[in-house]
Design a protein around this ligand. Structure first.
Ligand code: NAI
Ligand code: MG
Length: 352
């Protein structure tokens, strides 16, 4: 089990260290960790945020555990040398087209949500966002028309195979959960969405154990705040997913608790290759103080064991340890507590 660990910058290095301790404490025969430089750390040591040796390491491993990139000292650099290019480069080079973002309210943390506690307590959903298509990758431009008006455009397009491959990710995820898949689109207005809806419906015949329904994105945004308990798995395109997944993350509370997976089609001898990272960034405002919450990264490592290594038992063990720690009031600064990064790691390890 070869895992590439890319801690990156700021709190990325601090939180990744704790996730590595958790992985090393589990009975995972053949576990081998390799460490590579990305982000500002990559730029400082190798002159590039995604050095060729780092990319080669990623390609030779079965999964990537990623911390965060971003460093204010790089603000003056040209765009292609900025730390953030590391994560974009890995997504592109490794064909990671499916972004999985679970949002679950942990027991005892209902009061941290932006929603009413009794509504927040119902939340247990997974957003599956398409990551390589849509309006972000279509033809785009800006021009001035003959009569002097500026005009900008971004072409939204999806090909049916792009929709089908993310549909399968959504249906399989729903099979492993409560068997409900909600496809979010804007089929009343957009042709891309009509294609999206048709392909979702066609694909559903292969998954008779999953209930598929469709929601327009505006209604989905409203429902997520009104009654988020109705959602199990949501599958949606790049643009709608970008917005809805940020909305979902704030429905459950702290940014220091939310994990993510980015996956593609590449298979290893253990499962699907993927990149696993907390949804937060490098948090320069608290970097170096040892107070960042490592739970999002620890939970990302659990997702890695589940999705890239088929190690459901160990994944669930990590998740139970984290949720017990939270029940016991093990809180870092983002949750209004005083415990530091290493102390949180210790508390999770004890419960593991
Ligand atoms: P951020 O997520 O780094 O921080 C936002 C706020 O949340 C800060 O006040 C921070 O202290 C707090 N926070 C974040 N994670 C925390 C944790 N684990 N425990 C406790 N508090 C936590 O977002 P921001 O400030 O917008 O970006 C900082 C840098 O990170 C930028 O350079 C940005 O480009 C980069 N970034 C990188 C990402 C990645 O590597 N995938 C994702 C998001 C941002
Ligand atoms: Mg976003």
């Amino acid at each position: 089990m070869k895992i590439a660990v890319f801690p990156g910058d700021g709190i990325g290095t601090e939180v990744t260290r704790e996730a590595v301790r958790v992985l090393e404490a589990l009975p995972l025969p053949g576990l081998t960790l390799f460490e590579g430089d990305v982000g500002a750390a990559g730029y400082r040591r190798h002159g590039h945020p995604l050095p060729p040796e780092t990319l080669a390491m990623a390609q030779s491993c079965d999964a990537i555990l990623f911390g965060a990139v971003g460093d204010p000292s790089c603000d003056g650099l040209e765009r292609h040398l900025r730390p953030e290019q590391a994560v974009l480069g890995l997504r592109a080079e490794l064909g990671l087209f499916a972004n999985l973002r679970p949002a679950t309210t942990f027991a005892g943390l209902e009061g941290m949500s932006a929603l009413k506690p009794e509504i927040a307590s119902q939340i247990d959903m997974l957003i599956v966002r398409e990551l390589n298509g849509d309006v972000y990758f279509g033809d785009k431009g800006m021009r001035t028309t003959a009569d002097g008006r500026r005009e900008g455009w971004d072409m939204m397009s999806y090909a049916e195979d792009e929709v089908r491959r993310i549909a399968h990710v959504g249906f399989r995820a729903a099979q492993g959960r409560k068997g409900r898949l909600t496809s979010v689109d804007k089929a009343n207005v957009l042709e891309t969405s009509q294609l999206w809806r048709d392909v979702m419906t066609e694909t559903s015949t292969q998954y008779p154990d999953v209930t598929l329904d469709h929601l327009y994105v505006d209604n989905a945004a409203m429902q997520m705040v009104r009654a988020p308990g109705q959602f199990d798995v949501i599958v949606t395109g790049n643009l709608f997913g970008d917005i809805l997944s940020d909305q979902a993350s704030m429905c459950v509370g702290s940014i220091g608790l939310l994990a993510s997976a980015s996956m593609g089609e590449r298979m290893t001898e253990y499962g699907t290759f993927g990149l696993y990272e907390p949804i937060h960034g490098s948090a320069p405002d608290i970097a170096g103080q040892g107070i960042a919450n490592p739970m999002a990264t620890i939970l990302s490592a659990a997702m890695m064991l589940r999705h890239s290594f088929g190690r459901e038992a160990e994944a669930a063990r990590i998740e139970r340890a984290v949720s017990h720690a939270l029940k016991d009031g093990i809180y870092s600064s983002d949750l209004g507590g005083v415990l530091g990064t290493a102390a949180i790691g210790d508390a999770v390890l004890e419960r593991l």
